[in-house]
Design a protein around this ligand. Structure first.
Ligand SMILES: Cc1cc2nc3c(=O)[nH]c(=O)nc-3n(C[C@H](O)[C@H](O)[C@H](O)COP(=O)(O)OP(=O)(O)OC[C@H]3O[C@@H](n4cnc5c(N)ncnc54)[C@H](O)[C@@H]3O)c2cc1C
Length: 356
């Protein structure tokens, strides 16, 4: 898969001998993440977007916003036949018909007060699926990233990558005490949910608006070399990472639940696939392991290819997928979850589900 991306023109960091460099992030017992400086996602999107735009058999229709799925038939014959969309320039509503529809609308971070997600992450695909009675799962499984940059500016919170802690940075309590050492045997590289909850608890206990990330073990020049985008953003607010402590808070980051699919992206509705963050494939638990979302997206698209090529075969035999009735549920052993509510109440949601 990675060789395939390199073949398409993606550049990943490598050493002098051409060996790919690997980074370590939260919950990892070893370095395992291929990267492009601190902008890996941007590099992947650059390559794939260019490929899409240069493919003569793909028509990109912009700027349009999908509003709802078009549905035909009843019972076992019920299927998705397209999408209704709004042209954002004219306001006109148009229907697009297709033998196969793929929802790939990403996450829902924007329903939370503080999120690392872009402004388009409003959970539209999830809402379209709910309205079409498509089965969803584990909607309470929202991952909070422990270290969003704390500022008072509106808009998506800037992410301080976990690779910074992988390179040696440490989380500090408001009084400068190392936070994670006494809490988890993996210290600053404990899984994200453990760290996000620890930060949240410390903020509640002390009344602090944020905690601190101390990157002095990395040093100013190495930080600038390995994390140029983070360095630039910190300098914009007057901080020199490696010298100054960086203010950090948890932010809603990744929707682990979503539209229930099998490993080929098939949903409970005929003619509808869901791929990427809007899908719940079963690969992640309640807390996604760092960098597994790009892995999942790249891994599941090839699985879905036979469905794209032969949409008439689109009938899933996945045992958890029961048919056309909507069911918003949780895996066995977990308490029942609720769908995200698209209202300001969600703005008060915090990284702890079971504790106030
Ligand atoms: C700051 C940040 C850093 C991350 N770093 C990593 C990382 O290092 N490794 C990793 O594995 N994962 C990372 N992730 C997670 C990963 O980027 C996402 O999970 C992944 O991009 C999801 O891909 P996607 O194609 O499903 O959705 P997206 O990339 O979110 O794309 C969804 C697209 O659908 C569009 N859309 C939404 N609704 C509609 C609508 N109604 N009509 C039309 N279009 C619509 C959106 O505008 C967007 O363009 C990171 C996420 C963030 C926010």
């Amino acid at each position: 898969m990675i060789r395939g991306m390199i073949g398409l023109g993606a550049h990943f960091d490598s050493d002098a001998s051409g060996q790919l460099q690997l980074a370590r992030e939260g919950g990892h017992s070893m370095a395992r993440v291929v990267h492009h400086l601190d902008r890996t996602g941007e590099e992947i999107v650059r390559v794939l977007q260019a490929r899409v735009r240069s493919s003569p058999n793909i028509e990109v229709i912009e700027p349009q916003r999908a509003l709802d799925l078009l549905i035909e038939g009843e019972g076992p014959d019920r299927r998705s036949t397209g999408v209704r969309a709004m042209d954002l320039r004219s306001g006109d509503v148009v229907d697009h018909f297709a033998s196969l529809v793929i929802l790939a609308t990403g996450g829902a971070g924007q329903v939370y007060e503080r999120t690392t997600n872009p402004i388009g992450a409003t959970g539209d695909g999830l809402a379209m699926a709910i309205r079409a009675h498509v089965q969803l799962r584990d909607m309470a499984f929202v991952q909070f990233h422990p270290t969003a940059l704390h500022t008072t500016e509106p808009g998506p919170a800037f992410l301080i990558s976990e690779a910074v802690r992988g390179a040696g940075a440490r989380l500090l309590a408001p009084d400068g005490r190392p936070l994670m050492k006494a809490i988890h045997h993996m210290g600053d590289l404990a899984p994200r949910n453990v760290i996000a909850r620890a930060i949240h608890r410390e903020m509640q206990r002390t009344g602090a608006a944020h905690l601190w990330l101390d990157a002095s073990p990395i040093g100013v020049s190495r930080f600038a070399l390995e994390f140029p985008a983070i360095e630039k953003r910190c300098r914009e607010i007057g901080l020199v990472p490696g010298r100054d402590w960086i203010p950090v808070v948890p932010g809603a980051h990744y929707m682990c639940g979503g539209i229930l699919t099998d490993d080929r992206g098939r949903t409970s509705l005929n003619g509808l696939l869901a791929l990427g963050e809007c899908a719940s494939t079963g690969l992640h638990g309640a807390d996604r392991l760092a960098s597994n979302s790009l892995l999942e997206a790249l891994d599941h698209f090839p699985n879905a290819l036979p469905e794209v090529a032969f949409p008439q075969c689109l009938i899933t035999d996945h045992p958890d997928i029961k048919g056309p009735t909507a069911r918003i549920g949780c895996r066995e052993g977990h308490p029942p979850s609720r769908p995200v509510r698209w209202e300001p109440a969600a703005r008060h949601v915090r990284p702890c589900r079971h504790h106030p």
